[in-house]
Design a protein around this ligand. Structure first.
Ligand SMILES: CC/C=C\C/C=C\C/C=C\C/C=C/C(=O)SCCNC(=O)CCNC(=O)[C@H](O)C(C)(C)COP(=O)(O)OP(=O)(O)OC[C@H]1O[C@@H](n2cnc3c(N)ncnc32)[C@H](O)[C@@H]1OP(=O)(O)O
Ligand SMILES: Cc1cc2nc3c(=O)[nH]c(=O)nc-3n(C[C@H](O)[C@H](O)[C@H](O)COP(=O)(O)OP(=O)(O)OC[C@H]3O[C@@H](n4cnc5c(N)ncnc54)[C@H](O)[C@@H]3O)c2cc1C
Length: 629
């Protein structure tokens, strides 16, 4: 398995789960209670973990398994073991030292240890330095005292913590020699391995219902002076020695590494959700006919309305474009991580900046796109059985967890303004920010030329970044840093998004130029790219006039150009979504099956409503009776 790429892993596992004795048969979960849903999703998550083990996958492969295409089928209401797989295991692999890895990983892989990543607290999620759980080292007993000072410092949100995990990597403020040393990770047993009861000093439970993903099993956790052996602080980066002396990590933010990894994984994975939504909306849009009959006597297919084409087709193009840039980010992350392990952290700041802005751009674009695709399916898109509401709930969670998007964009902006002002180490060769230190690309804008669009996207990014960097610089002369920064927040976020857009389109330009196996494929990629670019301009016309060098006349031409391109793309819509190669059972939508038999499926799903079991449900009479009293 190790040499497979992500899409091969997904296909391989997709076919495995569809034929797996414990996974292939699904139940409708809509009418289950909270607890029944949890039991159903947990037993499937466990079967999936066993399957992964049988397949002999390593940690890198496990994160590929988290593909929403597969996990949305195995655990439709959220995977209670997701944080174990995507964060707990990678944290041990990357932040535990070799002794610790050999001490714990056997039990992790044989299922004795099930973990979570416990960082966020009730009163602090974004501002990690403000976390208030303490880990105070006592050299006499060689233990850390883990403590929650008050309820606002309770851990709140960690996935799987609710009722599933028996261990947690707890991010806490370390104190040694009476000195605060910042946030560090600790491996903490929270439940008994045999009885699963909370251990002494631990208060733990589940936080309750959410917008979606209700079986992620998010939990709360409080410590009342819990003693943890010295050997349980993860010590690959920083160390606490027996006498309490402290050795700093090689990079100030080494302990934030799991977050960088998970941001990359989320960016990649949210595109899976968009592909599923785009396939559903595309198929429904050709099946659905509504309106005044045309010359052939038939009512039009809704996709032939220009407005519908605008609602659906740009998002199919986005699937292709965003898949390429997120796959590139994944490769880059793998490369930088191996450099960091070897002690070279030079590429880390830019990786962090890129991961932040792509995670934010992709989750924002995908959740907006999935909502547009849901609306494009009219009333039926509002039904749970269309799958579109769950896909939206999944994508929009990605805009908050693993760093709220605005906050992440501000991290990218911080890096960009430093680069623009020359106050950061110069970018390495191949860096995504070299354009900031070069003259603007003055390729004239021309409708129909992707290269001219890419140059304009670059001018917008450059213009946005340099403008806000200058404003910030000026404000810094007259007010405190925090006020100057706050004064520019909105423009900083816009600059980071513009930079992210430029990253995305440059990556896809490279994909198109390198594709040489088939002229037809290259032409199709060019068409998709043109749609993506024209749509990007139409979404930010003001920016393209202000910074991109476009005139009002260019803007008008682009609007017409986009609509022409959509008409050109329309006949290819079904092959382009079929190419995502999603079996019906993985799509799991009344509207999005390959055969287009929408209305029969809708009736079939309605038959599952418990209110249809009896002709007159007993609850009706009971409620009427109560209202008469
Ligand atoms: C396949 C997966 C798909 C789906 C998953 C499914 C299910 C799982 C579901 C959910 C899992 C969710 C888990 C979580 O949400 S875990 C909690 C995540 N929490 C966050 O992300 C918090 C966000 N906040 C932060 O990361 C930090 O507080 C923040 C970076 C905003 C600020 O940190 P700090 O205050 O410590 O630093 P600054 O003073 O701002 O910056 C100083 C300096 O450090 C640089 N920096 C910051 N972070 C990093 C990093 N990670 N790596 C490298 N460098 C970093 C920063 O740029 C500054 O640099 P300089 O300007 O040079 O001084
Ligand atoms: C489904 C789900 C699963 C999760 N799983 C986990 C998990 O497994 N482990 C874990 O530890 N955590 C988890 N979390 C928590 C998650 O990481 C945090 O909720 C997230 O990082 C956002 O932090 P917050 O809630 O403090 O938001 P806040 O920071 O309170 O955000 C509220 C608003 O304040 C704004 N804001 C905050 N700070 C700034 C700033 N400096 N500048 C400008 N604006 C700012 C934000 O932009 C936002 O608009 C999960 C959350 C969710 C929703």
């Amino acid at each position: 398995m190790v040499s497979r790429n992500r899409s091969q892993v997904k296909d391989h596992l997709g076919s495995k789960v569809l034929n797996h004795p414990e996974l292939r048969n699904t139940k409708a979960t809509e009418y289950m209670s909270h607890e029944e849903k949890y039991r159903y999703n947990l037993s499937r998550a466990t079967a999936m973990l066993k399957l992964i083990d049988e397949e002999g996958m390593d940690v890198n492969e496990i994160s590929k398994v988290m593909s929403h295409t597969v996990s949305g089928f195995t655990t439709p209401d959220g995977n209670p073991l997701a944080v174990h797989q995507v964060m707990f295991v990678p944290t041990l692999m990357n932040q535990a030292d070799d002794d610790q890895v050999s001490r714990w990983l056997g039990d992790v892989f044989n299922g004795t240890i099930v973990g979570t990543y416990a960082q966020t607290e009730l009163s602090h999620g974004t501002f990690v330095r403000g976390l208030r759980t303490t880990a105070t080292y006592d050299p006499a007993s060689r233990t850390f005292d883990l403590h929650t000072p008050d309820v606002s410092a309770a851990k709140w949100w960690p996935g799987g913590l609710g009722t599933t995990a028996n261990h947690a990597v707890v991010m806490a403020q370390l104190y040694t020699d009476g000195q605060p040393r910042g946030i560090h990770p600790f491996m903490v047993a929270i439940r008994d391995r045999e009885t699963h009861r909370p251990l002494p000093g631990i208060t733990v439970g589940e936080i309750g219902p959410k917008l979606g993903q209700n079986t992620l099993n998010n939990g709360y956790l409080l410590f009342d002076h819990v003693k943890v052996p010295r050997e349980n602080m993860l010590m690959r980066n920083a160390r606490v020695n027996e006498d309490g002396s402290y050795t700093k990590p090689s990079h100030q933010k080494a302990s934030y590494g799991t977050m960088v990894f998970t941001r990359v994984a989320i960016a990649l994975d949210t595109v899976d959700a968009l592909q599923i939504a785009a396939t559903i909306a595309a198929r429904y849009s050709i099946v659905r006919r509504q309106g005044e009959p045309r010359d052939d006597g038939q009512e039009p297919q809704i996709i032939d309305y220009q407005t519908q084409q605008l609602k659906v087709l740009p998002h199919i193009a986005a699937c292709y474009v965003l898949r390429a840039s997120t796959a590139r980010l994944w490769e880059h992350h793998t490369h930088v991580t191996s450099e960091v392990r070897g002690g070279d952290t030079a590429l880390l700041p830019e990786l962090h900046a890129t991961a932040c802005c792509l995670k934010a751009l992709v989750t924002q674009d995908c959740s907006e796109a999935i909502e547009a695709l849901r609306l494009s399916c009219g009333g039926h898109g509002y039904m749970t059985a269309s799958r579109l509401p769950a896909l939206y709930a999944y994508a929009t969670a990605g805009a908050t967890y693993e760093g709220e998007n605005t906050v992440l964009l501000l991290q990218t902006a911080r890096y960009l303004v430093k680069q623009a002002g020359g106050s950061h180490a110069p970018p390495a060769a191949g860096s995504a920010v070299t354009y900031l230190s070069r003259p603007a690309d003055d390729t004239p804008f021309a409708v129909g030329s992707p290269a001219a669009y890419v140059a304009a996207v670059g001018r917008v990014a450059r213009g946005r970044v340099t403008e806000v960097a200058a404003a910030l610089q000026a404000d810094r002369q007259t007010m405190p840093e925090a006020d100057a920064w706050n004064q520019s927040l909105v423009q900083l976020v816009a600059a980071a998004l513009a930079h992210g857009r430029y990253f995305v389109v440059r990556e896809f330009a490279e994909v198109v130029s390198q594709q040489s196996s088939s002229r037809a494929i290259q032409q199709m990629l060019q068409l998709l790219f043109s749609v993506y670019l024209a749509h990007a301009v139409s979404r930010a016309e003001g920016d393209f006039i202000t910074y991109g060098g476009l005139t009002p006349s260019d803007i008008r031409l682009n609007r017409r150009h986009l609509l022409r391109l959509l008409a050109e793309l329309r006949p290819h819509m079904i092959p382009l979504t079929d190419a995502f190669d999603l079996p019906d059972r993985l799509i799991n939508s009344t509207l999005g099956a390959w055969d287009g038999d929408v209305y029969r499926r809708m009736f079939e799903q309605a038959s599952h409503s418990p209110l249809n079991t009896d002709e007159v449900p007993a609850s009706f009479h009971q409620a009427m009776l109560r209202s008469k009293l």
